[in-house]
Design a protein. Structure first.
Length: 215
C-alpha cells in the first residue's frame, strides 16, 4: 500500500483553506515538476507553517493533484469574492487524491573495465595440461567461459556513465506482491517444520489450534 500524504487525513474544510493560500501564491495546478518544483515546495512549507504543520516534498504532489482534480469545485468556491467558501455541500464534493505505487523501468549505459572471477572443474591427467584443455574446449564450443561458477564479486574500474533512459511506468500489482510474500512465508515455514522433532511439532500444533480458535 502506497504511503499517503499527511494532508490526506485532514478535514476537507481545512484543505480548502490550504488551497486558498496556495492558489493566492500561484502554486502549480497539475504536474509540479514541469515548473519550479523548489519554489512550489517552499510555498507549501510557508503555508504549512501558518497552520503549524511541517510539509515534506511528497506533500507538493498531493496538493498539485488536489487542485487539479478539484479544479471546477475550487473555482466555484472562490468565485464572487469566495462567497461559497463555507458551502458544506460543495466542500463535501471535493475528491481526495490517492497515491499509488508505480514501477519505473529505466536503463543506464556506459563503459568500464571489469574483471570477473570464475572457477571450473576439469578432468585431466596432468595439472600442467588443464589450461590448454580449457582453451581447446572453449575453441571447439564444448565449454563456455561463463559455464563456471562465480567465486567472488566482479571488479569494475574506470566506470564512465554515458546517459540514462526512462522506460515504461506501470502500477504495482499489490495483490501479486502479497501473494509472493505469502508463498515465501509458507515455503520457509515448511522447511522449518520439516526440521522439528515430534515433541516440538505437538507443542506447535497446540499453539496453532489455540490461535485458530480466536479467529
Amino acid at each position: 500500500m502506497a504511503e499517503q500524504s499527511q494532508f490526506s487525513r485532514l478535514p476537507k474544510k481545512q484543505l480548502v483553506f490550504f488551497a486558498e493560500k496556495l492558489v493566492d501564491e500561484d502554486f502549480p495546478i497539475g504536474n509540479p515538476y514541469t515548473d519550479d518544483f523548489d519554489s512550489a515546495y517552499s510555498t507549501l512549507q510557508d503555508v504549512s507553517n501558518y497552520f503549524s504543520i511541517k510539509a515534506v516534498q511528497e506533500d507538493v504532489e498531493f496538493f498539485a493533484k488536489f487542485l487539479e482534480i478539484n479544479d471546477e469545485i475550487i473555482a466555484e468556491l472562490f468565485a464572487n469574492n469566495k462567497e461559497q467558501m463555507k458551502n458544506r455541500l460543495l466542500i463535501e464534493q471535493l475528491e481526495i487524491p490517492v497515491a499509488k505505487n508505480y514501477n519505473l523501468d529505466y536503463d543506464v549505459d556506459g563503459s568500464c573495465t571489469y574483471t570477473e572471477y570464475f572457477s571450473q572443474e576439469f578432468n585431466s591427467y596432468d595439472e600442467d595440461w588443464v589450461r590448454d584443455s580449457a582453451e581447446q574446449q572453449r575453441s571447439d564450443g564444448s565449454w563456455d567461459i561463463y559455464d563456471g561458477r562465480e567465486r567472488s564479486p566482479t571488479d569494475y574500474e574506470n566506470f564512465d556513465v554515458n546517459d540514462h533512459h526512462y522506460g515504461d511506468v506501470y502500477e504495482v500489482d499489490e495483490t501479486t506482491t502479497e501473494s509472493i510474500l505469502d508463498c515465501l512465508v509458507i515455503e520457509n515455514t515448511s522447511e522449518i517444520v520439516n526440521s522439528l522433532d515430534r515433541k516440538t511439532l505437538l507443542e506447535l500444533r497446540r499453539i496453532i489450534d489455540s490461535k485458530l480458535r480466536l479467529l
